[in-house]
Design a protein around this ligand. Structure first.
Ligand code: ZN
Length: 404
């Protein structure tokens, strides 16, 4: 048996959707929200009245109400003939009731896991709790997670908030039904692992599993750089190359994200050969390939970290490889933009800092494969830290909990 996945409240699907929009755009004035949803004030008030009654959202007024809305949909402009503002009513704003619920986000990577407690707006409630392990079975991993989950529950309690409602666990693997890990090469598990059920049983909190990249995309859709952007791409660089796309606030093509569909897109006809024999595919943006390329340039064995240290020092060969890598990343961004036509491209992953070290070459790479008349594509480099991957796992749990 497994614990049923709870939801915050029971209402029409549209009411759940409005709650989700208040998460994304809040704090937000009623008039602006009605415009975004294309609803009359009366229709919106009936829905928000229910949500206020259920304590899912709260109303800020007077000095508590912010002068500005939160993020708004891409390209959205507020209608100026806003009658309530014209009449000079006091400003009020709606926001999710962040303190009503807590969640735990866990990211498992390599031989370690990080857990963090968050409120309903995915804001951390304490420090992250990490564990290290060598080879573990699914059952052993579930047992090891008991302590960090307890510590997170204690963080929620010390903040004066309720016990966590749901745990979201993300990992770099293939997950089915948010319950079962069917492939996670880095964990070396054999066959299917019903990890969500095991964690729920050992830790006494309902648990859902997510692919880590999909969670990262969903986090950006709900709480980050993708709020209000109808279509955006996330490219991650690090141990591997990740690519996912979100449409209308949801990652699409979920089932294939974990396979790394952008890894073998050609980015440089004169690039190095990958393990599958391609010349100059995007695999050359990964840490291992960069270490190999750098070793070849230096004529001795160098690690990825050696390369980063030397690049920061401005060493000639390292700078050369950094520039080449950023140009190639730019080509990958252009190719993806040409094919998928996103409004925005986010670059994340543990090596995303490389992009910031040579933005000029990255832009050149983008331009060399974009039509000269094409709109420049906004690129945002995400600050990658492990806590954000934990928060991403929590975001996915929050999404399920709010949408039901
Ligand atoms: Zn390849």
């Amino acid at each position: 048996m497994h614990l049923a996945v709870p939801k915050w409240f029971d209402a029409s699907p549209y009411t759940h959707q409005v709650a989700a929009d208040i998460v994304r755009y809040g704090p937000i004035a009623r008039t602006t929200l009605a415009q975004i949803l294309n609803l009359s004030q009366g229709a919106l008030s009936r829905i928000t009245g229910d949500l206020l009654h259920l304590k899912v959202i709260e109303e800020l007024s007077g000095n508590d109400a912010p002068k500005q809305n939160g993020r708004l949909p891409f390209g959205f402009s507020k209608q100026q003939n806003d009658s309530s503002e014209r009449r000079g009513r006091p400003l009020t704003a709606l926001r999710i009731n962040a303190k009503e619920r807590t969640f735990i986000g866990i990211n498992v990577r390599g031989n370690s896991a990080l857990a963090i407690a968050v409120n309903a707006l995915c804001e951390p409630l304490g420090e992250a709790h990490t564990i290290e392990f060598s080879y573990v079975s699914p059952e052993e991993l579930s047992t090891l997670l008991v302590e960090p989950i307890k510590a997170c529950a204690a963080d929620a309690e010390s903040a004066g908030l309720p016990r966590p409602s749901l745990v979201g666990v993300s990992l770099g693997g293939h997950v089915v039904d948010n319950q079962t890990v069917t492939a996670a090469p880095f964990l070396h598990w054999n066959g299917n692992a019903p990890l969500a059920r095991m964690i729920s049983e050992y830790c006494g909190v309902p648990t859902m599993l997510f692919n880590d990249l999909e969670s990262a995309v969903r986090h950006e859709c709900w709480f980050g750089a993708g709020v209000g952007v109808s279509r955006f791409a996330l490219i991650t660089i690090g141990a591997g190359i990740g690519y996912s796309i979100a449409q209308d606030g949801e990652p699409i093509n979920n089932s294939e994200t974990s396979y790394g569909t952008a890894t073998h897109i050609i980015v440089d006809p004169e690039g190095p050969r990958c393990y599958q024999g391609h010349i100059g595919c995007a695999d050359c943006l990964g840490n291992d390939s960069i270490a190999e390329q750098y070793s070849e340039l230096m004529g001795r064995t160098c690690s990825f970290e050696d390369f980063v240290v030397d690049a920061r020092k401005g060493l000639r060969q390292a700078t050369q490889l950094l520039n080449r890598t950023c140009f190639r990343l730019g080509v990958l961004i252009a190719t993806i933009t040409n094919a998928a036509m996103p409004q925005k491209v986010l670059v994340g992953g543990e090596s995303s800092f490389l992009a910031e070290m040579s933005m000029e070459l990255l832009r050149k790479g983008v331009e060399s494969y974009r039509h000269s008349q094409a709109e420049p594509v906004p690129i945002e480099i995400l600050d990658d830290n492990w806590i954000n991957w934990g928060r991403s796992a929590a975001s996915s749990a929050i999404e399920r909990y709010i949408l039901g």
